[in-house]
Design a protein around this ligand. Structure first.
Ligand SMILES: Nc1ncnc2c1ncn2[C@@H]1O[C@H](COP(=O)(O)OP(=O)(O)OP(=O)(O)O)[C@@H](O)[C@H]1O
Length: 225
């Protein structure tokens, strides 16, 4: 099977901080969790993978990738118009865009809120709306930066279900998260970053039970800041 996303020899610097990822591949249907302490480079990696940030060295190859930042911006319009926005940008006629957006809003549990202003949504609903907008444009790869960071367990579970569904449809999902339980529940593979370096890459069963690197062990025991 060929990867939906492939990166090689990535280097990016911000002052003294240097992110280095020699090789990364994501396969169709795979959920890859990117873990690491604050400042380890998770967001920088996602932005490089999305193409929003160009690496100083190396390359990223893949089809259509969608990046969802930590706080996805919403338009001061209705929930429905927000959901349909990506389709409208791509020239889909309004009637069709709204019909597809309505169906997607049902799928993410926001059908009843379609006509309400998006800025009245709760945090969890806003994340689901942003995901709906993203899924509608049918990316091959989803790059998500802590999508459930400020959500309660019920909303987080809804978002996790959507990510599982997306992977089930063959999309590649890359998820930066501080939630180790979530990574354990969702991921097929874990990449652990520390100070911009890939310290360990393993299936969750191995990473969480028998981490190989002392820095991974320290991180999992809450000793690595
Ligand atoms: N636009 C920028 N300009 C300068 N430095 C930056 C920029 N973006 C990130 N950095 C620095 O790069 C390093 C990695 O940041 P990054 O946001 O990728 O880490 P992170 O692992 O996502 O952190 P967190 O878990 O806190 O979100 C940090 O030292 C940060 O200060």
């Amino acid at each position: 099977m060929s990867p939906v996303l492939k990166a090689q020899g990535l280097v990016h610097r911000y002052g003294d901080f240097r992110l280095e990822v020699p090789r990364l591949e994501v396969y169709p249907g795979e959920i890859l969790a990117v873990l690491g302490p604050s400042g380890s480079g998770k967001t920088t990696l996602l932005r490089l993978l999305s193409g929003l940030l160009l690496p100083e060295e190396g390359w990223v190859e893949g089809g259509f990738r969608a990046y969802l930042p930590q706080a996805p911006p919403l338009l001061r319009r209705s929930v429905l118009e927000n959901a349909a926005f990506g389709l409208r940008l791509r020239g889909v006629p309004r009637g069709e865009a709204w019909a597809r957006a309505s169906a997607m809003l049902e799928r993410v549990g926001l059908g009843a809120k379609a006509r309400q202003p998006a800025h009245l949504l709760s945090g969890g609903e806003a994340v689901r709306l942003a995901l709906a907008r993203t899924l509608l444009v049918e990316p091959g790869v989803l790059l998500l930066d802590e999508p459930t960071a400020s959500l309660d367990p019920a909303n987080a579970a809804q978002v996790e279900a959507l990510l599982r569904e997306a992977a089930g449809e063959g999309k590649g999902v890359v998820l930066a998260t501080h939630d180790l339980f979530q990574a354990r529940r969702l991921a097929h593979r874990v990449v652990f970053l520390f100070l911009g370096q890939v310290v360990e890459e393993a299936p969750p069963s191995l990473f969480f039970q028998r981490p190989q690197d002392p820095r991974s062990q320290a991180f999992l025991e809450g000793r690595l800041l």
